[in-house]
Design a protein. Structure first.
Lengths: 311, 250
């Protein structure tokens, strides 16, 4: 039996988290197939068959998959599911939307955001915003899961020689219509895969400060910007910058937490970072307990000073 | 049109959860419980649609023990019209939740089913999508804006890197994100009035649904805490440490 990985892409490029999911999929030591659903996939598919560890790329092309709905992705996966004992994807808003629907249609439980695959059907995942780790064993013969991609090294994009096979796509689910997608405009790296993240909390005080204080530092470090939920709720930063339990989980080389107190809901989203730097005026802020380097300072003078000192 | 809102009883979000004495599960005895925060957003969204005159009745449903009466009273005090408690002692997993809710949907025939996008205890985020799948209904998860017009629901969803807007034919399933709205506070008089509202109790065992657990909990553990590092006293020292000891090119 094979393992199916649901690819995530924007029509042009594969999202790097899919490469991490492909690595996770090797656990079962069975042929790994990658499902690419979309429209006009020629340029994207050129690069996919070279990915190491992939036996087959499954091309599912249809006009209605250009902006894929969970309903259509689920029906597509179910249509080929008899060939697979494991169906997985990197944990993201795309997979979180579609895979529970797949699991219910197959009448199996789903494992969300697996941190580790311990054994066939046994996984480690966290609950309570990362405060507790659970080891769980699935009783279903078929496995549907998302994996915590930052725990896996990306599969190499060279050296593979997967065959590409096209499949027929089930007809569109007519009861849902895609209207529009608004991508946040940014010339910065994507938050989920950036090597450096500069994150701000409510202490920034305003949207203007958030931009004026953090943006020059992020620009110099070629960093993505992040934010706490408090900063997002206060309107200082857009919601797609939110790092944490209900936002994005990041694991960069360097995470700079600026004016962030360090609530568990936030630290859940950044504690896998290699180096954490925290700058906060409050010496008792819990963020210092998870930081490799802590600086008690007024962020309004410290951050410009750091920015100025960086080449 | 009726709206069904599903509410879960969870450990209060301010509580630092611990493992129980025999390390078999999370300790919940004597711990403060409350309504799942995302489910409050779902109730608020239903109330706002009703205030726009587009909804006739809001029904809150919760699955669990008799103790779940408290979160249903909370939903009623916020403004839900009546409530259903599906009683069970089983620890329900998302697929079982979806199957039980499917039965309630068949009985009540709501035009819209609202749930929180995830529960803050198990962080699974599956029940809404699973329910939509079982019903073959349209779904919109992580909703941050709703607009109901001519039997079509426009939903803006929070997705990685931005937002997406979908139009759903009703009936449909929507899961609420925190930024959908600010749930209203429950005032004491409303809590008193909520006592007069009706809670119908059903026995899950009589609904003909297999709620057996599909995921066996083998063990629980506290994660290894990230260790605190060093405090630096100046920007210069910070940059020196990062450059010289961590090999970061600044």
């Amino acid at each position: 039996m094979n393992v199916l990985v649901l690819a995530e892409h924007d029509g042009q490029h594969l999202n790097p988290i899919t490469l991490q999911a492909i690595t996770a999929a090797q656990f079962w030591q069975a042929p790994v197939h990658v499902l690419v659903a979309g429209n006009a996939l020629d340029s994207l598919l050129d690069s996919l068959s070279d990915i190491s560890g992939v036996a087959k790329v499954i091309r599912a092309e249809a006009s209605h998959l250009a902006t894929p709905l969970a309903e259509d992705i689920a029906n597509l996966i179910v249509s080929i599911s008899t060939d697979y004992r494991v169906i997985l994807a990197a944990h993201s808003s795309f997979s979180r939307n579609a895979l529970p629907r797949v699991a219910a249609l197959l009448d199996v439980a789903m494992i969300s955001d697996a941190l580790e695959i311990k054994a066939d059907q046994t996984y480690v995942r966290s609950i309570y915003a990362g405060n507790i780790l659970t080891h769980i064993q699935s009783q279903d013969t078929r496995q549907v899961l998302t994996v915590h991609s930052s725990h896996y090294i990306a599969a190499s994009t060279h050296g593979g020689k997967a065959q590409v096979s096209s499949i027929s796509v089930p007809e569109a689910f007519h009861k849902t219509r895609w209207i529009s997608t608004k991508k946040a405009q940014s010339d910065r790296p994507a938050l989920s895969s950036a090597k450096v993240v500069v994150s701000g909390g409510r202490s920034l005080g305003s949207a203007e400060n958030f931009e004026q204080i953090l943006s020059p530092l992020a620009a110099k470090l070629n960093a993505a910007m992040g934010a706490t939920r408090a900063a997002v709720d206060a309107g200082y930063a857009p919601n797609d910058l939110q790092v944490g339990q209900t936002g994005i989980v990041v694991a960069p080389e360097l995470y700079i937490a600026v004016g962030i107190s360090g609530a568990v809901q936030h630290t859940y989203g950044m504690k896998d970072s290699r180096i954490v730097v925290a700058i906060n005026q409050d010496p008792d802020a819990p963020i210092f307990q998870v930081a490799d380097y802590g600086l008690v300072a007024d962020l309004f003078t410290a951050i410009p000073a750091i920015t100025a000192a960086i080449q | 049109m009726k709206i069904l809102v599903a509410v879960k009883r969870v450990v209060d979000y301010n509580v630092k959860v611990r493992i129980n004495a025999d390390a078999s599960d999370v300790a919940t005895d004597g711990v403060k419980m409350g309504i799942n925060p995302f489910d409050e957003n779902a109730i608020e969204a239903a109330l706002q649609l009703k205030e726009q005159g587009k909804v006739s009745e809001i029904i809150a449903v919760s699955l669990g023990t008799n103790a779940n009466q408290d979160v249903l009273r909370h939903a009623l005090a916020m403004g839900a019209d009546r409530a259903i408690l599906v009683e069970t002692d089983s620890k329900l997993q998302p697929l079982a939740v979806a199957k039980l809710l499917q039965v309630i949907v068949a009985q009540e025939q709501p035009g819209l089913i609202l749930l929180g996008k995830q529960a803050i205890d198990d962080d699974a985020g599956q029940a809404g999508q699973m329910l939509a799948a079982l019903l073959n209904y349209p779904q919109a998860t992580f909703a941050s804006h709703l607009q109901l017009e001519n039997n079509e629901l426009l939903v803006t969803r929070e997705v990685d890197g931005g937002t997406e807007t979908l139009a759903l034919n009703l009936p449909a399933v929507v899961t609420a994100d925190l930024r959908l709205n600010d749930p209203r506070f429950v005032k004491l008089p409303n809590l008193m009035m909520a006592r007069k509202k009706q809670i119908t109790t059903l026995n899950a065992a009589e609904l003909g649904i297999d709620t057996a657990s599909r995921l066996t909990l083998i063990k629980v553990a506290e994660p290894e805490a990230r260790k605190a590092g060093m405090m630096v006293t100046s920007v210069e020292q910070l940059l020196r440490q990062l450059r010289d000891h961590e090999g970061i090119n600044l």
